[in-house]
Design a protein around this ligand. Structure first.
Ligand SMILES: Cc1cc2nc3c(=O)[nH]c(=O)nc-3n(C[C@H](O)[C@H](O)[C@H](O)COP(=O)(O)OP(=O)(O)OC[C@H]3O[C@@H](n4cnc5c(N)ncnc54)[C@H](O)[C@@H]3O)c2cc1C
Ligand code: SF4
Length: 504
C-alpha cells in the first residue's frame, strides 16, 4: 500500500507509473480502479486530503473547512451569486454527497448523438452494463427502515395526495443508520463514497495515491501527455510543501471536476476554444414546511425521498433534504432575537428541494482568486424553478403542513395554503432566490467535431495522445437526474477503452 500525503519542502517526490489519474472523485476513482483491475500500475493524484470516516467533521462548518475547496466559498458570477458546491478530498464529492443512485436516462444518449455526434445506442448499452455492475459493487438500495425519516414519510403522503409518483430514494449505501449527515461525510461508514472502496482497491492492486497534491500542470511532450507535476499543499494551512513529478508510460486521465478540469488543461498549454464552455448545472433550492408535530428532519437519510415524475414534463426533480440547524439558520430570514425564536421551530420543519434540469449554459474561466463561473438562469429555467417551488408548497400542504417558509425575496416569511398565489407570482429574477449548484456538467465537453468539443466520444482530448477526460466535465448537456452513476460508468468505460488501446 503506497500513500504519499503532505510532504515538507525538501527532496521532490518522483515516480513512474503506467497511468496517472488526476482527481479521485466519482470519475477519477472509477477510472483508477478499472485501470488497476486491468493490471496497470496507477497513480491517483488528488488535491484534497485523505480522511477516514472517524476523522470526518461533525458540523457543516467542519465539512466546509475539511472537505471542500476554498471553504466552500465558490459562487457563480452572474445575475445572482449562487454557491457552487464541490468536494475536495480523496473520494472527491462522493465524500460529501447523498449517494443518490439514478441510471442514465435513455433520452440522454439520444440527445448526445443528435447534438454532439457521440453516444447513441452502443454507448447506452455499454453504460447500462457497467451500471448493472456498479449497483452491485456499491450496494445500491432503496431507503428503508431508519433511513426513511418523518420528513420522507410526509413527502410520500403529500405526493400521493396530489397523485404524482415518488419513492424512498435509491442510494449507494449499505445499511443506512439514518443520521442525516451525508453532506459532511458518513461517520458510520455506510455510504459508499469512493475513498472507502475503489481507492483502497486501487492501492491493493499496486497503485499509489498522492493526497494534498494539487496538480499544477500536465506535462506534455509534443502532443503526448507524459506526466503531471505540482507541489504538495498542507491540508489546513495551505502552505506549499515538496514538489512532485509523476511520469506516465501510457497516459493521463483528467478527472478534477467540471470546474477544475478545463482550467488544468488550459494552464497546461492545451489550446481549444471549447475549454470551459458548455457548462451546465441542475440548480436547486428548497422550501420548508412547518408541521404541528415534530418532524425531526435530522433523523433519517439525508435525502430519503425523491420524485422523477416531473423530469420530462416540468424540467425538474424533487427530493427531501435534511440540513443541520446551522444551515437552517442561514436559510431563515432575520437576525438576533427574531432568528433565535424562528430556530426554535427546527424540530417542526421539513425541507424539500428541487433540482432544475436547466438548459442555461455557462462558462468556466481562470479568475484572480480561483475559478470564475459565469452562469445565470434564463427566464425559461426560472419558470421551471418557480413551478417546482409551487408544487413543493402544494405537497407540503397536502401532507398537513400549517405553513410553508418559501425563502424567496419579496415574499412573506411564511405563508398558509390560501397564500399559495404569492409563490405562483414570485419574481423570476434569480437574485430573489437562494439556490445552489451541486450537479455540474461540461467544461471539457465531448463531441465528434473538434471545433465544438474538447474530447471525442471515447473521452480522448482532440489532437493529443494519452490524454483522457474521465469526469463530469466531458458531459455536454444536463442529465435531469443525479449524475454520479453516469460519471462513474463513463469513467469506467473510458478506462476500459484506454486499456484496450494501450501498447504493452
Ligand atoms: C452536496 C452534494 C450532494 C450531491 N448528491 C449527489 C447524489 O446524491 N447523487 C449523485 O448522483 N450526485 C450527487 N452530487 C453530485 C456528484 O457528487 C458529482 O456530480 C460527482 O461527484 C462529480 O464527479 P467528478 O469526478 O466530476 O468530480 P468530483 O467528485 O468533484 O472529484 C473531483 C476531484 O478532483 C480533485 N481536484 C481538483 N483539482 C485538482 C487538481 N488540480 N489536482 C488534483 N486533484 C484535483 C478534487 O479535489 C476532487 O476530489 C452531489 C453533489 C454535492 C455537492
Ligand atoms: S444518512 Fe447517515 S448513516 Fe445514512 S448514509 Fe448518510 S451519513 Fe451515513
Amino acid at each position: 500500500m503506497s500513500h504519499h500525503a503532505f510532504r515538507e519542502p525538501g527532496d521532490p517526490l518522483e515516480l513512474e507509473v503506467d497511468w496517472i489519474v488526476v482527481g479521485s472523485g466519482a470519475g477519477g476513482a472509477s477510472a483508477a480502479v478499472a485501470l488497476a483491475r486491468g493490471g496497470a500500475r496507477v497513480a491517483v493524484v488528488e488535491a484534497g486530503a485523505w480522511r477516514d470516516p472517524e476523522h470526518y467533521p461533525s458540523s457543516a462548518y467542519g465539512g466546509a473547512r475539511d472537505l471542500m475547496p476554498a471553504f466552500g466559498g465558490l459562487a457563480t458570477a452572474g445575475r445572482a451569486q449562487w454557491p457552487v458546491v464541490q468536494g475536495e478530498a480523496v473520494g472527491g464529492t462522493t465524500v460529501i454527497n447523498s449517494a443518490i443512485c439514478v441510471r442514465t436516462p435513455g433520452d440522454v444518449f439520444v440527445r448526445w448523438a443528435a447534438e454532439h455526434g457521440v453516444g447513441g445506442g452502443p454507448m447506452a448499452e455499454r453504460i447500462g452494463a457497467i451500471q448493472d455492475a456498479l449497483e452491485v459493487e456499491l450496494h445500491a438500495s432503496r431507503a428503508t427502515g431508519r433511513a426513511v425519516g418523518r420528513s420522507d414519510v410526509l413527502a410520500l403522503r403529500g405526493a400521493a395526495a396530489l397523485g404524482y409518483d415518488s419513492h424512498p430514494t435509491r442510494r449507494f449505501v449499505e445499511d443506512c443508520a439514518g443520521s442525516g449527515q451525508c453532506l459532511q461525510g458518513c461517520r458510520a461508514g455506510r455510504k459508499q463514497s469512493l475513498n472507502l472502496n475503489f481507492i483502497p482497491e486501487t492501492l491493493e492492486r499496486g497503485g499509489v495515491v498522492l493526497s494534498c497534491a494539487p496538480v499544477a500542470r500536465i506535462v506534455l511532450e509534443g502532443n503526448r501527455a507524459a506526466g503531471v507535476r505540482g507541489r504538495f499543499r498542507h491540508p489546513r494551512t495551505r502552505r506549499a510543501g515538496a514538489s512532485f513529478q509523476v511520469r506516465a508510460r501510457h497516459g493521463v486521465f483528467v478527472a478534477a471536476s467540471a470546474i477544475q478540469s478545463p482550467l488544468l488543461l488550459r494552464r497546461s498549454g492545451i489550446r481549444n476554444r471549447s475549454l470551459g464552455r458548455q457548462f451546465h448545472a441542475h440548480p436547486g433550492t428548497g422550501l420548508f414546511g412547518w408541521y404541528d408535530d415534530p418532524v425531526d428532519m435530522h433523523i433519517g437519510a439525508t435525502q430519503g425521498w425523491s420524485s422523477l415524475a416531473h423530469r420530462d414534463t416540468g424540467g425538474f426533480k424533487l427530493e427531501s433534504l435534511s440540513i443541520p440547524l446551522e444551515l437552517v439558520a442561514g436559510r431563515l430570514k432575520g437576525g438576533g432575537a427574531v432568528l433565535a425564536e424562528r430556530l426554535e421551530d427546527f424540530r417542526h420543519l421539513a425541507m424539500w428541494v428541487m433540482a432544475v434540469k436547466a438548459e442555461s449554459v455557462g462558462s468556466i474561466h481562470p479568475g484572480p482568486l480561483g475559478p470564475l463561473v459565469r452562469y445565470t438562469l434564463d427566464r425559461a429555467d426560472m419558470v421551471k424553478m418557480r413551478t417546482a417551488a409551487v408544487l413543493l408548497a402544494q405537497t407540503h400542504f397536502a401532507a398537513g403542513a400549517r405553513w410553508v417558509i418559501p425563502g424567496i425575496h419579496g415574499l412573506p416569511y411564511k405563508i398558509d395554503a390560501d397564500a399559495l398565489h404569492t409563490i405562483e407570482d414570485a419574481p423570476l429574477d434569480p437574485r430573489a432566490w437562494v439556490a445552489v449548484l451541486s450537479h455540474l456538467f461540461g467544461g471539457c465537453p465531448m463531441g465528434a467535431d473538434p471545433a465544438r468539443s474538447v474530447c471525442d466520444g471515447e473521452g480522448r482530448v482532440h489532437g493529443h495522445q494519452g490524454l483522457w477526460i474521465a469526469d463530469a466535465s466531458q458531459i455536454p448537456t444536463n442529465l435531469g437526474v443525479n449524475p454520479q452513476h453516469t460519471i462513474m460508468a463513463l469513467a469506467r468505460l473510458r478506462a476500459e477503452t484506454a486499456l484496450s488501446r494501450a501498447t504493452p
